[in-house]
Design a binder for this molecule. Structure first.
Ligand SMILES: [Fe+2]
Length: 389
């Protein structure tokens, strides 16, 4: 792959600067958005790495001093956001660079929202027309720089923030939470260990798969999801097998952004279950989706035979139809060493009732192609504990 093979500027769904090494353009991008003193929001693991030090130094040399805020959890909390707002004000910041995996990007977007609000963050949960309460003039501009390929949060209009007192993951939404500029640089993802590459990649697959199976009318999102799954089919095994494969890393970043673009069409039962399980057990979101994926597909089978036939044909799977897709998903999980059951990651059957009630109340449940009952969610959960699919 030549250095500039993937260089391009995209403006859908937002402005995207794509290509290896383009992190060097960060100071210029700050200036484009009028940022003189951005708050760099990242996670504690990344903050300690030379890659972040290098970004801070490069920006400083280029006349853009960055304040770094990294006190965020793997599942960022309302408190993390409040602390970030305090840091933003203390350093006199005028914008946010959200650099990292989904946690850092979600936290950064939420901080940029909350620096201009007087209401508590939970009043902006994605329910009804809550977003109309947002004072948009107070929102700070955001540059999003993903270092994992999975959540696609960089092109999303919401952040998933954990309300610790309620033990709930809440979706905080405003259309203008979509970052003004996204920088997709595959060199930033080469250091990601194989298990994280696999789990985040399976999250990207779950976004595209759930969006593709949704019943709502959105052919643009449907087309994006289909092509993203072709990229995942071809490149995720390569990215997991060899983290330095820049082409595979680039294509997975694209597939991840495409997933979050596509899920404007809706998500489904994988996410409806993964959200409460993440909030209650603090497990990796992508891993939860990867474990749940075949059980949810089987539960939805009667409603998704036709889209699965189209998907299997597009991917060129040896077996066409639902069974071909199911076999592909199971193959990926085996290949990546992802457990077959929730029990293997320490989640037991006892919580079935509680998790099922939380799942049906999760906004993602609305996108599921079948209208599932609390009992249906309980059955999927128990199947995922027992390994029945
Ligand atoms: Fe997800």
């Amino acid at each position: 792959m030549s250095d500039t093979a993937f260089f391009s500027n995209w403006n859908y769904p937002t402005a995207m600067r794509v290509g290896a090494g383009r992190i060097a353009e960060l100071p210029q991008l700050c200036r484009e958005l009028g940022m003189g003193t951005p708050l760099l929001v990242t996670d504690p693991g990344l903050a300690a790495l030379p890659i972040v030090q290098a970004i801070v130094e490069r920006c400083l040399v280029d006349g853009i001093p960055l304040a770094v805020f990294s006190d965020i959890k793997g599942n960022p909390t309302g408190e993390n956001v409040t602390d970030g707002v305090v840091a933003f004000r203390a350093h006199g910041c005028d914008g946010v660079i959200a650099l990292g995996g989904g946690s850092a990007v979600d936290a950064g977007k939420a901080i940029a929202l909350m620096v201009g609000q007087t209401h508590p963050i939970w009043e902006f949960e994605d329910v009804g027309d809550n977003y109309l309460k947002v004072n948009t003039r107070g929102m700070a501009p955001v540059i999003a720089v993903p270092t994992t390929a999975g959540t696609g949060s960089e092109v999303g209009r919401s952040s998933v923030i954990t309300d610790q007192s309620a033990k709930l993951k809440k979706i905080i939404f405003h259309p203008r939470m979509l970052p003004q500029i996204v920088l997709l640089d595959p060199e930033l993802t080469v250091g990601l260990p194989a298990p994280i590459t696999a789990a985040t990649g399976m999250d990207a697959l779950s976004h595209n798969l759930e969006a593709f199976c949704s019943n709502s009318y959105h052919p643009m999102a449907e087309g994006i999801a289909l092509e993203a799954m072709r990229l995942i089919h071809e490149y995720l095994p390569r990215a997991v097998a060899n983290g330095n494969d820049l082409e595979a890393r680039m294509q997975m970043l694209a597939a991840s952004s495409m997933g979050a673009t596509a899920f404007q069409r809706g998500l489904g039962a994988m996410h409806a279950l993964a959200h409460p399980l993440g909030a209650v057990y603090d497990k990796h979101h992508g891993l939860l989706n990867a474990i749940l994926m075949p059980y949810v597909l089987v539960a939805n089978r009667s409603a998704i035979e036709e889209p699965m036939r189209r998907l299997s044909n597009y991917l060129g799977l040896s077996e066409t139809g639902f069974d071909g897709v199911l076999d592909w998903v199971l193959f990926l999980r085996r290949e990546f060493g992802i457990p077959n059951t929730l029990v293997e990651i320490g989640i037991g059957e006892d919580a079935a009732g509680e998790i099922a009630r939380m799942a049906i109340a999760d906004p993602s449940a609305l996108g599921n192609p079948l209208s599932l009952s609390v009992d249906d969610y309980g059955d999927i959960f128990l199947n995922a504990c027992r390994g029945d699919h």
